[in-house]
Design a binder for this molecule. Structure first.
Ligand code: NAD
Ligand code: WQD
Length: 346
């Protein structure tokens, strides 16, 4: 699905060295866009951007090491590049941590977004793609979830994402030139098929796929399966895992559709297919040939039985659908972990 964009743009990617951001930078470069990254590397390594250039065959235009809340740094970035659009990934994303330090989450995720859109406004930039999350739907029993399903965040992280969506919707009502796409990702996993880019969380992984690959590579003893008494066929939680490269391609397509309609639009990015924790473990074992020792433990507080996207809206609007299956997600995540047992650390 690689192709040149009809309109090459200069794109500011905040959080561009992170997991989804780095894969998106590859897609943008390969489509002919110029990429400017702003990242404070609080949860990423500059090495990821070197690898982006290696895969894409050309470098990004500039990398700014700065905090997205820093208005002076933002002003300098907008003053030195002719930015056509912004993709805003920079945020903190650990649900459990957000319960412990909610103010930090509001400050970075909400304050970062208001600083960014205020700088955009001052520099005449009106096109934004915003990273939202399926966590805005909260503790729901609706399967699959459409963009019209009720939202009910159950933790500070999810509240920051919904708050940002609402701030952006309010702004769009007030500033007619503004075009915003809020993309609600379900569970992005996997890695670039080159084995050069992948997920490298600092500390103990919160999410299942990096935990699984660290067990497989011998860094951790066993996987804890958080509960097997959910009302699902095998009792473990069901999620809509979506390949990070499909998500990255979704951002490239978003850029080509920012001007379809004025104002703010919301899209789910998911596959529409659910997999349980045990489905994931089994698929991972099959594609990697590695046995995954696991133990069933207590449910993790706040976890719900099932979260699956209805991805029909984005399919109808842009023709985007996730093409890579669970086996590809496991194969690519394992390939990255095998080639980079300690992630981007030298
Ligand atoms: P990530 O942590 O790998 O990437 C975020 C990047 O932002 C990192 O490079 C980090 O260093 C940077 N960053 C953090 N705070 C910053 C700040 N104050 N100033 C500048 N840079 C900062 O996470 P990711 O998985 O790539 O997620 C990207 C976005 O997608 C986030 O907004 C996240 O909330 C959202 N999201 C992620 C998932 C998921 O499961 N990975 C699901 C839904 C939504
Ligand atoms: C997946 C499944 C766990 C770890 C989170 C955020 C959400 C979004 C995506 C950002 C669940 C089970 C997990 C483990 C396990 N991110 N699990 N053992 O919680 O669905 O979603 O990431 O926006 O907002 O909440 O993802 O990968 O943590 O869990 O059994 O060691 O795996 O119970 O069923 P989650 P996850």
């Amino acid at each position: 699905r690689e192709r040149r964009s009809p309109v090459p743009q200069t794109v500011l990617v905040t959080g561009g060295a992170g997991f989804i951001g780095s894969h998106t930078c590859v897609e943008l470069l390969r489509s002919g866009h110029e990429v400017v990254v702003l990242d404070d590397h609080s949860n990423s390594s500059p090495e990821a951007l070197e690898r982006v250039a290696k895969i894409a065959g050309r470098p990004i235009a500039a990398a700014h090491t700065a905090d997205v809340r820093d208005r002076r740094a933002l002003d300098a970035v907008f003053a030195s590049h002719p930015i056509d659009a912004v993709i805003h990934f920079a945020a903190k994303k650990a649900v459990g941590e957000s319960v412990r330090i909610p103010l930090t989450y509001y400050d970075i995720n909400v304050g970062g977004t208001t600083a960014l859109v205020s700088a955009m406004h001052d520099h005449g930039v009106h096109r934004l793609v915003f990273s939202s999350s399926c966590s805005v739907y909260g503790d729901t029993t609706i399967v699959p979830l459409t963009e019209e399903s009720p939202v009910a965040p159950t933790n500070p992280y999810a509240t920051t994402k919904l708050t940002c969506e609402r701030i952006l919707a309010d702004l769009c009502r007030h500033v007619p030139a503004l075009r915003v796409l809020a993309l609600r990702y379900f569970n992005p996993v996997g890695a670039h098929s080159s084995g050069l880019l992948g997920e490298d969380p600092h500390g103990v992984p919160n999410n299942i796929m990096p935990f699984l690959t660290q067990v497989a590579v011998g860094r951790r003893e066993e996987l804890s399966v958080f509960g097997d008494d959910f009302p699902t066929p095998d009792g473990t939680g069901i999620r809509d895992y979506v390949h990070v490269v499909d998500v990255a391609e979704g951002h490239r397509e978003a850029l080509d559709h920012l001007d379809d309609e004025p104002g703010m639009r919301v899209f789910n990015l998911g596959t529409g297919h659910g997999a349980s924790v045990l489905d994931l473990v089994q698929t991972f074992e099959e594609v990697s040939g590695q046995p995954i020792p696991y133990r069933v433990t207590e449910r993790r507080p706040g976890d719900v039985a099932e979260l699956v996207a209805d991805p029909a809206r984005v399919a109808a609007a842009w023709g985007w659908t996730a093409r890579r299956d669970l086996a590809a997600m496991c194969r690519d995540a394992w390939n990255f972990q095998q080639h980079n047992p300690y992630g981007y650390a030298p």
